[in-house]
Design a protein around this ligand. Structure first.
Ligand code: NI
Length: 259
């Protein structure tokens, strides 16, 4: 079944129909979802969602753009939340120089701290990196992120950077952007990267694939991404679903977790 490795079902966009939508996923071919925290509050919400729905796992972390509000108290709360039974990663964490706030020093400081937390707890990381390819990679190198492992979510860089992150053992998260008309660079990267290192993600409610571009996204639209990926890789949709599901389970170490 389809594995959505990156979703934000705690978002307000789902307030009207969250329960109904989540309960409908399985009959629509969606097996597991990992809900991703973007600040301390949404990390709390993520723990609750994972407690409530058997097929939902979670990641807790503070998105670079939200690190302006992070402090020691918040960090300690994250550490506590990360120990909840169905939390499988630290994220999303990283650098965002597109929005470019808070100041880069602050983003980098909390990126390093959260990478350290992942290493300390033996959890993989979910990386958000936008317009910051080189700095992200250098901090990851410096903090021995290869020991934690993880995924570069919504991968948006070219082949060169893909090679660097793949050589560090990371997976690349692929979502709705792949279906966009202007996705030429991403299509090239995806053709280049081994299928065994790609995972599916929505980043919902954002980044809905064509033909729903601009609308609220959900895991239900992942088949549109699967179709494009199957075309690029010369595989059937069934093969893409099966292989990316195995990849996602390996990324989040679910087989160890479920033992
Ligand atoms: Ni996200």
């Amino acid at each position: 079944m389809i594995f959505d490795t990156h979703a934000h079902y705690d978002d307000d966009a789902f307030d009207d129909d969250r329960d109904e939508l989540l309960k409908s996923l399985r009959t629509e071919g969606i097996g597991n979802v990992v809900n991703i925290g973007s600040d301390v509050e949404s990390s709390e919400a993520t723990v609750h969602l994972a407690e409530k729905y058997p097929f939902v796992y979670g990641a807790v972390g503070v998105h670079p753009s939200s690190t302006g509000q992070l402090d020691e108290e918040g960090y300690m709360r994250l550490e506590e939340l990360a120990k909840a039974p169905k939390i499988v990663a630290i994220g999303e964490i990283g650098l965002d120089y597109y929005w470019d706030e808070p100041e880069r020093d602050k983003q980098q400081y909390w990126f390093r701290r959260q990478l350290g937390l992942a290493r300390q707890l033996g959890l993989p990381v979910v990386i958000h990196s936008r317009d910051a390819a080189r700095d992200t990679w250098e901090i990851m190198k410096d903090e021995n992120a290869e020991q934690a492992g993880g995924v570069i979510h919504c991968f948006s860089y070219g082949k060169e950077m893909a090679r660097e992150y793949l050589s560090m053992g990371f997976y690349l998260g692929i979502g709705g952007v792949l279906t966009f008309k202007n996705a030429k660079k991403l299509v090239e990267t995806v053709s280049y990267a081994p299928l065994e290192r790609l995972v599916l993600e929505t980043d919902c409610p954002y980044l809905a694939p064509v033909p729903y571009r601009g609308k609220r996204n959900s895991s239900l639209y992942l088949p549109y991404v699967v179709e494009v990926l199957a075309h690029i890789k010369g595989k059937t949709c069934e093969e893409i679903v099966e292989i990316t599901e195995q990849n996602a389970r390996a990324l989040y170490r679910l087989d160890e977790k479920e033992k």
